[in-house]
Design a protein around this ligand. Structure first.
Ligand code: UD1
Ligand code: UDP
Length: 357
């Protein structure tokens, strides 16, 4: 079987690594990088650290408004798919790269497999919500990470082709957390003591494109009363500069870090504050309390037992959530068993025909 995988943004490189390894044990993969993320710290570092194969095709699309960016990816992905004529196309998550890859393949009648199918925030103001709904509805193989996700698909009438796989980011985490513990020097480099700092990430459009929300978040980080490490997404860096926001100690801005350093920072943090989907989940899986800088989450399981709390972008709410006590006990195993990639490959092998023909 020839499988063409489309990646383009940071979390997709991380999700692609376990899938690519499981797939290549038995089949051929053609890896396509759309070029959505292109800075070395947003792209190359993950290929190096995760031993991801070099892309067979780099579409070189880069940044741009949603329509222009998606259109360029769609046009270039279609040409590659026509030339390669794969048996399946795999897309990950909910970015514009996901949307373009899924649409290009579906129009060419190539069965699409969607990794992370069925996630919903029920907030259509999020570009990601549009991307995931469209991707799910043109996919033939729907890899749901959680029961909640499979339930959302059923509620939209999608039951054929759905496999409850568990979460592939758990596969990635299990494989890489021990490596991070052994190799990452980031805590030493930043003079951080385990348990002695908070870790924050911010990049969602709703937070970066609204100066008031971004200001409230930055104020909350400054008032936390402990060291805060903020590996800054380039989008947020640009927004902070445009708004003339100053960030001062104890908040420490650093460049985006590689996956191993990120896992080490997460593992050592007393608390994580984030608007990232992946980081919320990693916090839960690592048993680190989390404050989500959003009003809703697709990963509702992380709210179980109080491990994650939704705090929106209001300073006082964020501070109250960050000052809560550590939940008792340990998080529940709600994201599968870390063997999602194998189940995905098996599902692709089992179902020879596109379910909707
Ligand atoms: C994208 C995804 C988002 C995902 C995130 C992961 C969409 C609509 N959004 O958001 O769902 O959570 O990736 O990180 O697909 N930039 C650089 N260098 C880079 C990449 C981006 O400077 O290597 C800057 C550019 O100014 C660009 C901005 O960041 O305009 C936004 O990048 P883009 O890929 O459009 O969206 P993200 O915010 O990264
Ligand atoms: N991540 C990373 N370096 C960073 C920030 C995040 O390696 O500086 C990793 C993080 O551990 C997680 C993934 O990137 O695995 C999450 O990606 P991101 O927050 O960009 O996107 P989202 O998950 O919100 O789509």
């Amino acid at each position: 079987m020839n499988v063409l995988s489309v990646v383009g943004a940071r979390p997709q490189f991380i999700k692609a690594a376990p899938f690519s390894r499981a797939l290549r044990a038995r089949h051929t993969e053609i890896l396509v990088h759309t070029g959505q993320h292109y800075d070395a710290q947003m792209s190359d570092v993950f290929f190096d650290e995760l031993a991801l194969p070099r892309p067979d095709h780099h579409l070189g699309v880069g940044s741009g408004p949603h329509g222009a960016q998606t259109a360029a990816m769609l046009e270039r992905a279609e040409a590659v798919m026509e030339r390669e004529a794969p048996d399946r196309v795999v897309v990950y998550g909910d970015t514009n790269s996901t949307l373009a890859g899924a649409l290009a393949a579906a129009k060419l009648r190539i069965p699409v497999a969607h990794v992370e199918a069925g996630l919903r925030s029920f907030n259509r103001a999020m570009p990601e919500e549009i991307n995931r709904i469209v991707a799910d509805h043109v996919s033939s193989y729907l890899f749901a990470p959680t029961r909640t996700a499979a339930g959302h698909l059923a509620a939209e009438g999608i039951t054929r082709g759905v496999t409850l796989t568990g979460d592939i980011m758990y596969d990635a985490l299990l494989a890489n957390a021990p490596v991070a513990a052994e190799r990452s020097q980031i805590l030493r480099r930043l003079s951080l003591a385990p348990g002695g700092y908070a870790l924050a990430t911010v990049h969602r459009a709703a937070n970066t494109d609204a100066t008031a929300r971004l200001g409230e978040i930055i104020d909350a980080l400054a008032l936390l009363g402990e060291p805060v490490v903020l590996p800054l997404h380039p989008r947020t860096r640009a927004a902070l500069m445009a708004a003339d926001f100053e960030i001062a100690p104890p908040v420490r801005v650093i460049d985006p870090v590689g996956y191993l350093d990120m896992l080490a920072l997460e593992q050592g943090a007393r608390m994580i504050l984030t608007d990232s989907g992946g980081v919320q989940k990693e916090a839960y899986l690592l048993g680190v309390p989390c404050v989500t800088l959003r009003d809703e989450t697709e990963w509702v399981e992380t709210l179980e037992g109080g491990w994650n709390v939704l705090a929106g972008a209001e300073t006082e709410r964020i501070l109250a959530a960050a000052r809560r006590g550590r939940p008792a006990g340990a998080p529940l195993p709600l994201f599968g068993d870390g063997r999602a990639a194998e189940r995905m490959v098996e599902a692709l092998e089992r179902d020879d025909d596109s379910p909707d023909g």
